[in-house]
Design a binder for this molecule. Structure first.
Ligand code: HDD
Length: 698
């Protein structure tokens, strides 16, 4: 647990309850001497109504559940801090947390969108990335996603979109999936969704870890300086560990092997002191340039390409403390896009305007009344004084005779302030009241094409495969055809490749591709290379060359990777050389999909045992299929051969590196340090994307 405490943690401490060394009581604090049997007439008689303890216990239990979030129901969160760099943003905003450089407490909740609370983490979906900054000027919520655009540009379509993506009404199938008729029906009829759908079909929808995904505020917001001057702003979070994804086959398997994969990863990393970190960046646009783009800044289905307006680093965020209680903190946290502080304001983005209504509204049903901001996790660290009174769950005891403004009986308090207040940005607006979207929102295809053009070959392959998978699950053939028709307006090659997979005739040549790219959109083109926190499975059995294992794993741990020894049985592993080792886990409780890489060390007996163990053979083959780094030394190379891994394996003591597979026949005593170095270089690449593995059985 992190050492650091802050104003928010001190406040939370007042609400934390520790039951250790305490006696059991009722809610009224009455000590209880018996909690196993209800009060009955005689040992076999009826239960008595006067058993207040049993009634209280059962009644509370009956009321334990609250409605899950209507979207983003499944999530995981953590506390941490944010600190701004240098204060350079003070030229643009009066928001202190963006300028003071002080550590500001935060809580971040990551989520999937479509699935219910108990659904798996590794589904194809957008990820929520919501941050609550507990600032001295009040709470600021940046409620973003891991993709920079959205499916629709007007909030009035949100219920339609969500109804389409959620499980279908007759049978509540499928859970946490977009691969079904209603979603694609909606998409094929709502072309503004296409840009986001390309992101959704890309690897961005399959994050390796919450710690390895970007975050975006999505909308264009406004920074406001002390003179009331506004500047448009888009917010970006960039993970220190780089942006990395799983592959789709892997995701589907992880959903069964460890449905809590992303949640566990976040929790474990923080518990182990490997604190996740992001840099906050801003794209700033002068108000005078509002109309100088070929899209509308108010359209949330559009990005501002980073090559046009660079992302400027503004601060960093570190998550360093897990919650004590999931329900109290992660479930009860209530985000709201309208939680802004002086110096940050909205724009007329119609999606944002709708959100500013929806988030407060939803908490009223979810958290049961208007006092949810008094729940510990939601309380600001700023002082709170207003004339709002009563309601379910009122925690404060407001003193005094007055609860209205203006008043004389209460000395005029709480009084409106004249400094450090929120003042709405003064914007001139005019126009007729109409239900009509501006033509400037109606280019649905250019940026979808930009995204497609900016992908590397392998990223495109993944997108095509995703479309084929998803549309392949769509029963209605007209929906498939309509979607392909829309894709043809993005790029003909994309549409043709998808059509070929889903039994739809190839469309005509389509509209010409504009050919523009935005290199920043690819997560593979310029990856952050790091082995920090990467999980490596070492497969071994009795007779393993323990000396070589120690030498190798020490080098990996020193570089920041996490090594786990997996064996057919737990406990002591007899060593062929050196002292015995202790297995971290039994091989069959884990799977390759839960690791970033796999290593098979030398040891003839060990390798013989593993070669006879279908689980071990499959482990290696599957890691290979998913383009992970694979290494073997000495007799370990034989297990790779048995698993059909790689065509270029070492024949002698030379270290051979081929498409992420690192091998040498050298054993313990002769194992050169370069072996670990070569493996670390492959591990840092995240995946060997150049490896062709289509023919490897899944
Ligand atoms: Fe939303 C939750 C992100 C559009 C209405 N949304 C929610 C959460 C995130 C987002 C991260 C989970 C917050 C948490 O962890 O508690 N939503 C977005 C983004 C959007 C977006 C990035 C587009 C740019 N949302 C959006 C629209 C509406 C909503 C257009 C309604 C008009 N969103 C909600 C909601 C939720 C929510 C129904 C469900 C639970 C909650 O708010 O607290 O009000």
């Amino acid at each position: 647990m992190a050492e650091h405490t802050d104003a928010k943690q001190r406040q939370l401490d007042e609400h934390r309850v520790d039951d250790s060394d305490r006696a059991l009581t009722t809610q009224q604090g009455v000590r209880v001497d018996h909690d196993d049997d209800s009060l009955t007439t005689g040992g076999r008689g009826p239960t008595l109504l006067e058993d207040f303890h049993a009634r209280e216990k059962i009644t509370h239990f009956d009321h334990e559940r609250i409605p899950e979030r209507v979207v983003h129901a499944r999530g995981a969160g953590a506390y941490g801090y944010f600190e701004a760099y240098d204060g350079w943003l003070s030229d643009y905003t009066t928001a202190e947390f963006l300028t003071s450089g002080e550590r500001i407490p935060v809580f971040v909740r990551f989520s999937t969108v479509a699935g219910s609370r108990g659904s798996a983490d590794t589904v194809r979906d957008v990820r929520g990335f919501a941050t609550k900054f507990y600032t001295r000027q009040g709470n600021y919520d940046l409620v973003g996603n891991n993709m920079p655009v959205f499916f629709i540009h007007d909030g009035i379509k949100f219920p339609d979109f969500v109804h389409a993506v959620k499980p279908e009404p007759p049978n509540e199938i499928p859970q946490a999936q977009s691969a079904h008729d209603t979603f694609w029906d909606f998409v094929s009829l709502q072309p503004e969704s296409l840009h986001m759908v390309l992101w959704l079909m890309s690897d961005r929808a399959l994050p390796r870890s919450y710690r390895m995904m970007q975050g975006f505020g999505v909308h264009t917001f406004r920074l406001v300086d002390a003179e009331g001057r506004g500047t448009f702003v888009k917010f970006h979070w960039k993970p220190r560990l780089g942006t990395h994804s799983l592959v789709w086959d892997e995701c589907q398997k992880v959903a069964g092997k460890d449905p809590d994969f992303n949640r566990r990863d976040l929790w474990d990393s923080i518990e182990a002191g490997r604190f996740p970190e992001w840099e906050l960046g801003v794209q700033l646009v002068d108000e005078a340039d509002e109309h100088s783009f070929d899209f509308d800044l108010l359209d949330a289905t559009k990005i501002i390409p980073e090559e046009e307006v660079p992302v400027r680093p503004a601060g960093r965020m570190v998550l360093d403390r897990n919650p004590e209680n999931f329900f109290a903190e992660t479930e009860q946290i209530a985000f709201h896009t309208a939680n802004v502080v002086p110096g940050i304001d909205f724009t007329n983005d119609p999606l944002l305007q709708a959100r500013n209504f929806s988030y407060l509204d939803t908490q009223l049903i979810r958290l049961g009344g208007p006092n949810f901001s008094q729940l510990p996790v939601n309380r600001p660290v700023a002082a709170v004084h207003h004339n709002q009174r009563d309601g379910y769950g009122q925690h404060y005891i407001h003193k005094g005779q007055t609860s209205y403004f203006k008043n004389s009986l209460g000395g005029g308090c709480p009084a409106v302030a004249d400094a450090d207040t929120f003042r709405h940005y003064t914007e001139a607006v005019s126009g007729k009241k109409i239900r009509e979207r501006s033509p400037s929102f109606q280019d649905y295809y250019s940026q979808a094409t930009l995204f497609w053009n900016s992908m590397t070959v392998v990223e495109r392959e993944h997108i095509v495969a995703a479309f084929r998978f998803e549309l392949g699950k769509v029963v209605d053939k007209d929906i498939r055809a309509r979607t392909v028709h829309e894709l043809n307006r993005v790029d003909h090659d994309l549409a043709a490749r998808v059509a070929a997979g889903v039994g739809v005739p190839e469309p005509g040549s389509g509209e010409p591709n504009h050919g523009r790219t935005s290199p920043a959109l690819s997560q593979v083109a310029a990856p952050v290379r790091s082995v920090a926190t990467r999980k490596v499975a070492v497969l071994l059995a009795d007779g393993v060359d323990a000396t070589g294992v120690r030498k190798f794993t020490d080098a990996l741990s020193e570089a920041g990777a996490i090594v786990e020894l997996l064996a057919p049985h737990e406990g002591e592993i007899a060593a062929g050389t050196g002292d015995p080792l202790t297995a971290d886990r039994q091989l069959n409780t884990m799977a390759s999909v839960l690791y970033d890489a796999v290593v098979v060390p030398c040891g003839p007996d060990s390798v013989d045992t593993l070669s006879e163990d279908g689980y071990a053979v499959h482990f290696v083959a599957e890691a290979y299929k998913h383009a992970k780094a694979v290494a073997a030394s000495g007799s370990g190379v034989q297990l790779l051969e048995r698993a059909g891994v790689g065509s270029r394996l070492a024949k002698d003591e030379t270290i051979v590196v081929a498409d992420g597979v690192v091998t040498t026949t050298a054993a313990a005593d002769d194992l050169p340090g370069e072996f670990a170095t070569a493996f670390l270089a492959e591990l840092a690449m995240h995946r060997a994307w150049q490896r062709r593995t289509d023919s490897v059985p899944a």
